[in-house]
Design a protein around this ligand. Structure first.
Ligand SMILES: Nc1ncnc2c1ncn2[C@@H]1O[C@H](COP(=O)(O)OP(=O)(O)OP(=O)(O)O)[C@@H](O)[C@H]1O
Ligand SMILES: [Mg+2]
Length: 1108
C-alpha cells in the first residue's frame, strides 16, 4: 500500500512560508533559522523554493533521494530542490509546458550549485540510451568549461560566476534530452586586467599555468610561475580546496566530451596565453619634437612572443599602441597615444580579447550541444544569474545587474499572479483583486526609451562634445528628478538637498528590494566599452584564425563609421530577449540565500539573511501568494487527511471526494468565507484555518491513537489472560502430577527405610542369638581345652620326668661305659689316630680350595689383573703358580684368535713397548692409539697423486710432521713418508719432494724422555743425505714413526741396527754446526704442546709442558 504523506507531516517550523502565522519579517527569518539549524535548507513559498547554502555536503543529494522525489507531488514530501525539478520536468513531459527555472540570489548563495543539482536531477530521471546519455553528458560537461573561463575566486565565493547564464535544455516528446542552447550575459571582463584585493583572475589562467605540461607551456611561451604575469593577482593565487592542476585536466576532458577539436583547444589556450603576455607589455614615454609625450613599448620581448602566438605583425600592433586613427567621413586623423592611453588601450584589448573568447566558447559549445532535427522541442530553461547587488560602492555593473533583477521580479510578479489567476479560473473560483507592489515603474525609470536612465546614458555617450560622468548625472538630475524612485542630491526634488548619505556624484534608486546608491564614476566609459579601431584592425590582420573571427569589425573592407553599440544597450536588448523568452514559459523559482559571510557551515547571520530576504522580495512573494488563498489542495488528499474529523466521513466515504470534503467542512463548521470549492481543489484563505484543521486532526489522531491503543491493550490483556488461564491448567496438571510423584517417592523411600530398619533389627536379634550360641560353644571348647591342657601338661610333666630319669640313667651308664672303654683303649689311640685325622683334614681343605677356585676364576681378558685371594697361607706358592699358569693359558687363547695383520700390529706395539716403555713419558698415551700408518690416505687422495707415483715402494707410513727450523725453532709442515728403503720429506701443499734419506744413511734417532713429539733423524756422516744435516722433526705420532723406522731397520739383514737414543739432551748436526737440543719441563703454553725456542746458536730449548 502506498503511504500518503504530506509536506505538513513532521515539519520543522513551517515547510511553506505561505502557512507562516503570524507573517512578519522576524517570524520569516526565525522559521528559516529553525529549519537551517535542523539541516532543512529548503523551504517553500508556494511553488517557489528558498535554498539556504549549507556550505557543506549534506546527504540529501543521493541517488536514493532522486528516487524518493521521482514522480511525487510537489507538496507530498518535505521541501527539496528535487521536488521543484521533478515538478518542472513532469509538467514539461506530461503537459507539454515549456519550463524555466529561475535561480537568483547573491554571490555565494548557491545558484550555480542549484542549477547543477537541477540539471543532474533531470539527467537522472529522464530517458536513457547511448545517444541520450551522450547528450546529457555534453550538457553537463559544458559547466566545467564555462566555469573555468567565466568563474573566479572573489571575496564572497571561491567559485563565483562572473557572467549570467541561461541554458535552454531541449527535450523530445518522450522527455529525452536532445540538446541545448546557452546564452551568456555580461561577463565581468574588467577582472581580466585588475582584481580587487583578495580576489583572483578567472580560473583558467591559474589552471593553465598549474596544470599544463611543460611541453604545452613551452609551445605557449609561458612560464609556470604566476608571479611572472602582471594580470594575475598573487596574494590569493592559491585557493583552499581548489586544485587548479586537476581542474585543468577536468576542463580539457570536458572540452573533449563537449566536442572541441584538438586544434580548437590549442587556439583557445593560445588566446589565454596571449592575454597573459599582453598584460606584461609595458610602455615608456618618448618626447616628440612638438613637446607631446608619445608612448613606446618598453621591452618588446613579450610583445614579440604575443605576436608570434597570434600570428600578428609586431610592427602593426606596436603602432596601434602608439597611435590612434580617427576616421570621420572621408577623413582620417592619426593622433598619438600617451603612456596612460597606451595602457588603457592595452587593457581594453585584453578585456575585449577575453570576453570575445568567452562568447566564442559559448557559441562553440552551443554548436556542439544544439538539438538536431527540426521538430518542435519542449524546452526547460535554467537561469543562473547574479542576484540583486547592494555594495558600499555600486557602479555601472551593479546598475545593470539590479536592472536585470528588477525585470526578473517583474516577470515573477506577473507570472505568479497570472498563474494564480489561471488557477482560479481553471478551478472556477471568483477572482478577487490582489494588492501588491508592481515594480514596473522602476523598470520604466531605467529602461524607458525616451527618458529612461539607460537611454540617457546612451545619449550622453553618443553626443558630440565633452562627455563626462558628471554631465550624465546632470542630465539625470534634470530629467528624472520628478520620478518617485529616483533620488539625487542635486535634483530639483528639494527633499534630498540636505541628505548627507547621498553624495554629490551619486544617484539613488529605490529598487523593489531596497534603495541602492550608484556612483556615476565610470558609467560613461563602461557603457562605451571602446576598443580603438587600430587595435581591432591589428587583430583582424592576425593569421591566427580564431583571433580573426573574434574581431570582425577590424575588416577594413567593412569599415563601419557608426559607433558600436553601447554595453548598456546590448544588455538591455539581451535582457529584453530573455524576458520575452521567459514569459512564454512556466516559471519555477529558486531563491538562494547565503546564511553567512564566512563561507562556513552552521552559521546563520540574522542581519545578512534579513538583508537578502528583503532584496529578494521574499516577503513580497509570500504576500502575493497569500493575497488570494493561502492553501489549496485537491479533494482526494484533503479528504484522506481530514476524514477522521467527521463521523460521516470516517472511516470510509463512499461518494465523490468533493462531496466528502463539503460534508467535512459543514460538519466542522468552518466559516464559509474561509474557503472556496474549486473544480478539483479546495482553497483555504487563511493559514490559521488550515492550522486549526491540522490541530483538530492532530487531536483526533491522538484520540484515535488512544482508541486504537485502548482496543489493542484490551485485546492484548484478554489474549494474555486466556493464555495465562490455559497455561495455568496445564501448569496445575503438571504440578499435581509432579506433587503426587514426589509424595509417592517419599512414601516409597520411607517404606524402604522402615523395612530396612525392621530387617536390620531382626537380623541384629538373630546375630545376637547366634553370637551367644557361638560364645557358649567357644566357652565350652575353651573349658574343655583348658581341661585337656591341664590333663596333657600333667601327663607331659610326668613323661618328661620319666625321660629325664631315663636319660640320666643312660648318661651315667655311658660315662661309666666310656670311662671303662677309655681306661681300656687309651694305649691304642695315641699311636695311629692323630696322623689319620691330619691327612684327612688336609685333603678336605685342598678339595674345598680347588672347588672354590673353579668358581672364582677371573675373566679371560689378558689385562684383567684380578685373582682371588688365597685362603690359607700354606697355599701361597700353589696359588701364585696357578695364577701364572692361568694367565699364560688365557694369553695363549687370546693370541690364537689373531689374524696376521693384527699380529703385525701387536708386534709393532710390542716393539714400541720394548723401545719406549718406562723410557719416554709419551709412551703410555700412545698405547691405546692404533698404528694407522697411512694417515694421509696417500694412495686415494688425488692431492697426493703425484707424490704417490714418485714413490716406488709401498708406503709404510705417511703423516704430516713439523720440520723444526734451526734458526727460530718454529716448525714447517712436511709430508713424512716411510718406505722399506728410506724416509721422504715432501712439501705439504705442493707434494714436491724436499728430502729423501735412504735408510742405510740413518744412523740413529734421538728423542727426549718427555711427553713431546720431537725427534731427530741423525744421518751417517759422509753420506749423501748428510749434506744438509740432520733432521729435527716433531710429530703427533712419534712413537709409531720411530717404531716403524726401527722395524724397517731391523728387518733389513744387511743393515746395522738403528740406534734409538732417548735422552733430554742430544746433539743435532745442522749443516756444519752441531746444535744441542735440550728438553726442559715448563708451564703449559699454546695449549698443551711442546714449544721449541732458539736460545743461542748452539742451543735449541724445547719446553715440554708438565703433565699432571
Ligand atoms: N547545496 C549545496 N550544498 C553544499 N554546498 C553548497 C551548496 N550550494 C552552494 N554550496 C557552496 O557554496 C559555494 C558557492 O555556491 P555557488 O557557486 O553556487 O554560488 P553562486 O550563487 O553561484 O555565486 P556567484 O553568484 O558568485 O556565482 C559553492 O562553491 C559550494 O561550496
Ligand atoms: Mg555562480
Amino acid at each position: 500500500m502506498e503511504v500518503k504523506t504530506s509536506l505538513l507531516d513532521n515539519m520543522i517550523g513551517v515547510g511553506d512560508m505561505v502557512l507562516l502565522e503570524p507573517l512578519s519579517e522576524d517570524s520569516f527569518i526565525e522559521n528559516l533559522r529553525k529549519r537551517f539549524d535542523h539541516n532543512e535548507i529548503y523551504t517553500y513559498i508556494g511553488s517557489v523554493v528558498i535554498s539556504m547554502n549549507p556550505y557543506r555536503t549534506l546527504p540529501i543529494f543521493t541517488p536514493d533521494k532522486v528516487e524518493e522525489y521521482r514522480n511525487r507531488n510537489f507538496y507530498e514530501l518535505s521541501p527539496h530542490i528535487y521536488a521543484l525539478a521533478d515538478e518542472a520536468y513532469r509538467s514539461l513531459r506530461d503537459q507539454d509546458k515549456d519550463q524555466c527555472i529561475l535561480i537568483t540570489g547573491e554571490s555565494g548563495a548557491g545558484k550555480t550549485e542549484a542549477s547543477k543539482l537541477v540539471m543532474s536531477y533531470v539527467a537522472a530521471v529522464c530517458g536513457k540510451g547511448q545517444e541520450v546519455n551522450k547528450v546529457k553528458e555534453q550538457l553537463l560537461q559544458s559547466n566545467p568549461v564555462l566555469e573555468a573561463f567565466g568563474n573566479a575566486k572573489t571575496v564572497r565565493n571561491d567559485n563565483s560566476s562572473r557572467f549570467g547564464k541561461y541554458m535552454d535544455i531541449e527535450f523530445d516528446f518522450k522527455g529525452d534530452p536532445l540538446g541545448g542552447v546557452i546564452s551568456n550575459y555580461l561577463l565581468e571582463k574588467s577582472r581580466v586586467v585588475k582584481q580587487p584585493r583578495g580576489e583572483r583572475n578567472f580560473h583558467v589562467f591559474y589552471q593553465l599555468l598549474s596544470g599544463a605540461s611543460e611541453d604545452t607551456l613551452k609551445k605557449l611561451k609561458l612560464e609556470r610561475d604566476f608571479s611572472k604575469y602582471n594580470y594575475l593577482s598573487l596574494d590569493s593565487a592559491a585557493v583552499n580546496g581548489l586544485d587548479d592542476a586537476a581542474n585543468f585536466r577536468t576542463v580539457r576532458n570536458a572540452m573533449q566530451i563537449v566536442g572541441f577539436m584538438e586544434d580548437e583547444v590549442q587556439s583557445v589556450l593560445e588566446l589565454v596565453a596571449a592575454v597573459l603576455k599582453l598584460g606584461n607589455i609595458e610602455f615608456k614615454p618618448e618626447s616628440r619634437c612638438n613637446g607631446i609625450d608619445e608612448s613606446r613599448v618598453k621591452d618588446k620581448n613579450d610583445l614579440k612572443e604575443m605576436c608570434e602566438l597570434l600570428g600578428i605583425e609586431q610592427s602593426v600592433l606596436e603602432r596601434a599602441f602608439s597611435y590612434r586613427t580617427v576616421e570621420a567621413k572621408l577623413e582620417k586623423v592619426s593622433t598619438t597615444l600617451n603612456v596612460s592611453q597606451a595602457y588603457y588601450a592595452r587593457d581594453a584589448l585584453a578585456k575585449n580579447l577575453y570576453s570575445r573568447l568567452f562568447s566564442w566558447l559559448v557559441a562553440r559549445i552551443n554548436e556542439s550541444i544544439k538539438a538536431q532535427g527540426k521538430t518542435r522541442h519542449k524546452v526547460m530553461g535554467v537561469l543562473d544569474i547574479y542576484g540583486f547587488e547592494i555594495f558600499e560602492e555600486n557602479s555601472f555593473e551593479q546598475f545593470i545587474i539590479n536592472y536585470c533583477n528588477e525585470k526578473l521580479q517583474q516577470i515573477f510578479i506577473e507570472l505568479t499572479l497570472r498563474e494564480e489567476q489561471e488557477e482560479y479560473i481553471r478551478e472556477g473560483i471568483e477572482w478577487t483583486n490582489i494588492e501588491y507592489f508592481n515594480n514596473a515603474i522602476i523598470c520604466d525609470l531605467i529602461e524607458n526609451n525616451q527618458n529612461g536612465i539607460m537611454a540617457m546614458l546612451d545619449e550622453e555617450c553618443l553626443r558630440p562634445g565633452t562627455v563626462t560622468d558628471e554631465t550624465f548625472l546632470d542630465k539625470l538630475n534634470t530629467i528624472c528628478a520628478e520620478h518617485q524612485h529616483f533620488e539625487s542630491r542635486l535634483s530639483k526634488n528639494s527633499k534630498f538637498l540636505t541628505d548627507h548619505s547621498l553624495p554629490h556624484n551619486c544617484f539613488r534608486i529605490q529598487h523593489y528590494a531596497g534603495k541602492v546608491l550608484y556612483r556615476v564614476e565610470g558609467f560613461v566609459d563602461k557603457n562605451n566599452d571602446l576598443l580603438y579601431r587600430d587595435l581591432s584592425q591589428a587583430m583582424y590582420k592576425a593569421t591566427h584564425s580564431l583571433i580573426k573571427q573574434l574581431f570582425p569589425e577590424g575588416n577594413p573592407s567593412k569599415v563601419n563609421l557608426k559607433r558600436p553599440l553601447t554595453a548598456g544597450f546590448q544588455f538591455r536588448a539581451s535582457v529584453g530577449t530573455l524576458m520575452r523568452n521567459l514569459q512564454t514559459k512556466n516559471p519555477n523559482y529558486i531563491r538562494c540565500i547565503k546564511p553567512n559571510d564566512k563561507k562556513a557551515a552552521h552559521i546563520f547571520t540574522d542581519s545578512l539573511v534579513c538583508h537578502q530576504v528583503r532584496y529578494l522580495g521574499l516577503m513580497e512573494n509570500v504576500r502575493v501568494r497569500r493575497a488570494g488563498y493561502a492553501f489549496r489542495q485537491t479533494y482526494e488528499p484533503c479528504l484522506e487527511r481530514y476524514k477522521m474529523l467527521c463521523k460521516r466521513t470516517w472511516p470510509h466515504w463512499r461518494g465523490p471526494a468533493r462531496e466528502g470534503v463539503e460534508v467535512l467542512m459543514a460538519d466542522l463548521q468552518v466559516p464559509t468565507e474561509e474557503f472556496s470549492y474549486g473544480r478539483s481543489k479546495i482553497f483555504i484563505r487563511n493559514p490559521r484555518t488550515l492550522f486549526s484543521l491540522e490541530e483538530r486532526r492532530r487531536q483526533c489522531l491522538q484520540n484515535l491513537a488512544t482508541l486504537i491503543q485502548k482496543i489493542y491493550r484490551g485485546w492484548k490483556c484478554r489474549t494474555h489472560f486466556l493464555l495465562l488461564k490455559k497455561s495455568q491448567v496445564v501448569v496445575a496438571a503438571w504440578y499435581r502430577r509432579y506433587a503426587q510423584q514426589k509424595k509417592y517417592q517419599k512414601i516409597k523411600s520411607a517404606t524402604t527405610v522402615v523395612q530396612s530398619y525392621t530387617r536390620g533389627w531382626k537380623a541384629r536379634t538373630l546375630l545376637r542369638e547366634l553370637k551367644y550360641q557361638k560364645r557358649c560353644k567357644e566357652a565350652v571348647t575353651t573349658i574343655a581345652a583348658y581341661w585337656h591342657g591341664t590333663q596333657a601338661r600333667r601327663e607331659l610333666r610326668r613323661l618328661k620326668e620319666e625321660a629325664r630319669r631315663k636319660h640320666a640313667v643312660a648318661v651315667i651308664w655311658a660315662y661309666w661305659q666310656g670311662l671303662k672303654v677309655r681306661r681300656e683303649y687309651r694305649k691304642f689311640f695315641r699311636a695311629n689316630a692323630g696322623k689319620k685325622i691330619y691327612n684327612f683334614t688336609i685333603q678336605r681343605i685342598l678339595q674345598k680350595y680347588f672347588l672354590s677356585l673353579r668358581s672364582t676364576l677371573p675373566s679371560m681378558s689378558p689385562i684383567d689383573k684380578n685373582w682371588p685371594p688365597r685362603p690359607y697361607m700354606f697355599l701361597d706358592g700353589v696359588h701364585s703358580e696357578l695364577r701364572r699358569i692361568f694367565h699364560l693359558w688365557r694369553c695363549k687363547k687370546y693370541r690364537s684368535q689373531f689374524t696376521d695383520e693384527k699380529k703385525a700390529v701387536y708386534e709393532e706395539k710390542l716393539e714400541a713397548s720394548e723401545i719406549f716403555k718406562d723410557k719416554k713419558a709419551l709412551y703410555p698415551s700412545s698405547v691405546s692409539q692404533p698404528f694407522r700408518g697411512d694417515y694421509l690416505e696417500i694412495s686415494k687422495n688425488p692431492k697426493y697423486q703425484k707424490l704417490n707415483s714418485s714413490v716406488e715402494e709401498k708406503v709404510l707410513l705417511a703423516d704430516v710432521v713439523n720440520k723444526i727450523n734451526r734458526a727460530n725453532g718454529k716448525g714447517t709442515a712436511r709430508i713424512f713418508l716411510l718406505t722399506k728403503n728410506g724416509v721422504l720429506l715432501a712439501d705439504q701443499k705442493t707434494g714436491q719432494v724436499k728430502a729423501s734419506v735412504p735408510l742405510p744413511d740413518l744412523t740413529s734417532v734421538s728423542v727426549s724422555t718427555q711427553s713431546d713429539g720431537f725427534f731427530a733423524l741423525r744421518l751417517k756422516e759422509g753420506s749423501a743425505s748428510a749434506v744438509k744435516g740432520d733432521f729435527l722433526l716433531s710429530s703427533e705420532h712419534l712413537i709409531e714413526i720411530i717404531t716403524k723406522i726401527h722395524r724397517v731397520g731391523a728387518s733389513a739383514a744387511d743393515r746395522e741396527q738403528l740406534n734409538i737414543d732417548i735422552s733430554d739432551e742430544f746433539l743435532v748436526q745442522f749443516k756444519q754446526d752441531k746444535v744441542c737440543v735440550k728438553f726442559i719441563q715448563g708451564a703449559p703454553k699454546n695449549g698443551n704442546s711442546a714449544s721449541c725456542k732458539r736460545k743461542n746458536n748452539r742451543l735449541l730449548e724445547v719446553s715440554v709442558p708438565t703433565t699432571a
